[in-house]
Design a protein around this ligand. Sequence first.
Ligand SMILES: [Zn+2]
Length: 287
Amino acid sequence: MIRKILGAMILSLATAMPGVADPLAKDVFGGVPGPTGGGAAAIGFYSKGCVTGAAQLPESGPTWQVMRLSRNRNWGHPELVGFLVGLSQAARQAGWQGLYIGDMSQPRGGPMVTGHASHQMGLDADIWLLPPPSLQLSRKQRENISAVSVVNRAGTAPSGNWSPSHMAIIRAAARDPRVERIFIDPVAKVAMCQMETGNRAWLRKVRPLNGHDYHFHVRLSCPAGSACQQQDAPPRGDGCEEAAEWIRNRIDPSRVKPVPPDPNYRHPRSFRLSEMPRQCQAVAVAR
Ligand SMILES: [Zn+2]
């Protein structure tokens, strides 16, 4: 099967990228309009991988709308699609109309021409932190509407947009056994640390990350039958002290010891197709 795909690959690679022997992976994956058929599998790693047999989250449903349709990134492993539909129903129970869903993956995953280092295996999704004012938005509105920040301008405390419903939705996500991690601004994490009066185990999955105050990012574990590399588990404990430390460092940046950037780091946008996992090279160009 794979050998057959690899054979077809060389043929269609020449067609897809004439004159380019080893194109950038982002250009190949970013240019494929649809998924491969067959069984679903996530392959590789979140920041260097792909997905076969991806499913498309419908553009609109009773409890969700996909935003920025022009990006064609509402694809994922069927387990992610099922998870998002369920979470949008939980959002309804938390008092919202549903959810606005941002980027998932491209039809076959892989590196993207813009944004994200991860989101490559159909297991990551960005979810807006904006309670939907309407689930009847037009395509154009979905291109133009902006989310709102749940964090104040200084990055030190929640803004007026933060609410207990946000926490109810994120807690529902974190308690789902399919979920591996959730990334959100440390201010939101600390707010939830303070608000939680019951079982705190779910807070361990919620990890602080800059750039996640307009949306939160949900990452699923490797589903059964997939050939992906599992991420190391988060450190033990609820992680609340670590998140608080991030905020103290924002207030007083002189506390932070500068860490030299890793000279070997490369953004996935620079990956050549030949550097992707072998199976992904075939997925990228399979007919
Ligand atoms: Zn994301």
